[in-house]
Write a protein that binds this ligand. Structure first.
Ligand code: ADP
Ligand code: MG
Ligand code: MG
Length: 211
């Protein structure tokens, strides 16, 4: 399966569907350790993204064009902490994917750039109970799969599985960034909403790639 513009569009559409399907779950997770709006924030953002895709006269030429549309739309519609974080992730990812299609190294570059964007914006390191705890293991798994010679779709599949495990691993952590950090020790025992939504976004990318 070629990770081309059609894949990127399919990824974004699947991501939007996943966000809508998991809206209540994300709201509930954010209610436990935040302000309960994460599901609403992302539903608003990805609904706007799909509307913009639907309005395009013709598909963009490059994968990065699709990711830039996602970035600018999320930045202007999501709000909260996650809007600028995901916006910056997709913007950085767009900058390294100005290509008609991605090979294994292109997938690694996309994920690395996304993580760099989140870290540049939010200054979190792994273990602080944020979306970084899904993205960092995803990048590590992608690098390893690419080094082992896996095709692009499998690099993405490995990343998505690692993101899922990384998200679940936030449960026992104490938050030291974002709203959840206001709870201190009481944030332990809950899945981080942003790590969960990152898991969903990367799972959608892998599904669109057939992985
Ligand atoms: P808000 O907290 O402003 O209501 P959201 O609920 O949409 O925003 O997003 C909350 C999520 O954002 C958290 O679950 C966490 O994963 C992520 N987050 C918050 N602050 C940071 C940060 N500094 N770095 C990385 N991720 C963060
Ligand atoms: Mg919130
Ligand atoms: Mg909020």
């Amino acid at each position: 399966m070629t990770l081309d513009v059609a894949w990127a569009i399919d990824w974004v559409r699947r991501a939007a569907t996943a966000v809508v399907e998991h809206r209540e779950e994300l709201v509930e997770l954010d209610r436990q350790i935040g302000d309960g709006d994460h599901g609403e924030n992302l539903t608003r953002g990805f609904t706007a993204v799909v509307a913009k895709l639907d309005a395009l006269a013709e598909p963009p030429a490059l994968v990065g064009d699709v990711l830039r549309l996602v970035a600018t739309t999320l930045m202007s519609t999501v709000g909260g902490a996650s809007g600028p974080l995901y916006g910056t992730a997709f913007l950085r990812a767009a900058k390294v994917t100005g290509l008609p299609a991605l090979g294994p190294d292109g997938v690694v570059a996309l994920l690395e750039a996304g993580l760099e964007g989140i870290v540049a914006r939010g200054k979190a390191v792994p273990g602080e109970k944020t979306m970084v705890d899904a993205w960092a293991p995803a990048v590590a798994a992608a690098v390893q799969a690419a080094e082992e010679g896996a095709p692009a779709s499998e690099v993405l599949g490995s990343a998505a599985r690692a993101a899922h495990a990384g998200a679940l691993a936030t449960i026992p952590l104490v938050a030291t960034k974002g709203r959840a950090s206001y709870l201190g020790e009481r944030s332990a025992g809950h899945l981080d909403p942003g790590a969960r939504s990152s898991d969903l976004l990367l799972a959608a990318a892998a599904l669109a790639a057939g992985a």
